[in-house]
Ligand binder design. Structure first.
Ligand code: SAM
Length: 290
């Protein structure tokens, strides 16, 4: 199938159903078979895999997932697309289309009920870009029993999620994603393979979900608060940035003491700290300061 053919088919389906795409829902549909191949390959599906797809659109990726996986559940927010998808998968009982908001539906229950208790499904999706971070953080913070997450996202966000410490792209979300997963770059995707063409380039990444975090963190809530504070004021030294967490900002001495005791120079900037260093610092601050 050529890209032109898929583009024509996409436009035809939309025209037949009288659907005008909504920019506000991030509706840029993928029309390149090779990119779909790369996503399927990265997900490493086998015939016992379950898949959760977020935002199936008119089913370009869903159709490929249905060929490779045992069960597919796809959550689509746009009610107008639901009958299109139901018609497409009418003969495929292993594909369920759920009308709902991926930021609100009970994903744990959906996985349990639709994909089976005790399974570790993959999430494979061309995400709506306006909610990439909240969706990813929801998938990770809920500690869902996932195998991996293969997503198409905006290229700059992909760079951020796979960045190394000390680089411009490294941010609080990079550290959080590394805590829960092993991130990996899959491929860059040019904007012309979408209908309509978005204003940004895209990339596919794979997040291999860890069974347990690679570092011991005694107080996760504090750990993430420290990371957010460290990146909130990137230009400041770590001791200044973290003083925003103290009830009395001027009383920085215990903060500096705890940093030094955990082998971290208080003059460093938060953006230079690795995941291991953030964990060490958070554990020490948990014991001594907060
Ligand atoms: N999977 C299709 C493809 O690859 O061509 C469509 C991807 S398109 C980038 C994103 C899809 O997510 C759209 O179909 C949009 O309606 C849907 N969507 C937007 N917000 C959503 C949400 N909160 N929950 C579920 N789906 C959503």
């Amino acid at each position: 199938m050529t890209a032109n053919w898929i583009t024509a088919q996409t436009r035809d389906i939309l025209a037949r159903h009288g659907i005008q795409l909504k920019k506000s829902l991030g509706q840029n549909f993928l029309t390149d078979q090779r990119v779909l191949d790369r996503m399927i390959e990265a997900a490493e599906l086998n015939h016992s895999s379950g898949v959760l797809e977020i935002g199936p659109g008119i089913g370009a990726l869903t159709q490929r997932l249905a060929m490779e996986a045992t069960r597919v559940v796809a959550v689509e927010l746009d009610q107008r697309l639901v009958p299109v998808l139901q018609e497409l998968f009418v003969d495929q009982a292993h594909v369920s289309i759920v009308h709902g908001d991926a930021l609100k539906v009970d994903l744990a229950a959906l996985i349990r009920d639709e994909l089976g208790e005790g399974t570790r499904p993959s999430v494979v999706a061309n995400l709506p870009y306006y909610i990439t971070s909240p969706i990813l953080m929801r998938l990770l913070e809920q500690k869902l029993p996932l195998n991996n997450i293969v997503v198409m996202i905006q290229k700059e966000v992909a760079e951020r999620l796979t960045a190394e410490p000390g680089t411009k792209a490294y941010g609080s979300i990079t550290v959080a994603v590394r805590y829960y997963t092993e991130p990996e770059w899959v491929c860059r995707v040019p904007s012309h393979v979408f209908v309509p063409r978005p204003q940004v380039d895209s990339a596919v990444i794979r997040l291999k979900v860890r069974h347990r975090p690679p570092v011991q963190v005694n107080n996760e809530e504090l750990f993430f608060r420290i990371i957010r504070a460290a990146f909130n004021q990137r230009r400041k030294t770590l001791s200044n940035a973290l003083s925003s967490l103290l009830s009395n900002r001027r009383e920085k001495a215990p903060l500096i003491e705890a940093m030094t005791a955990s082998g971290i120079d208080p003059q460093r900037r938060g953006e230079t700290l690795s995941l291991e260093e953030f964990a060490r610092l958070a554990n020490r601050l948990d014991e001594q300061v907060f």
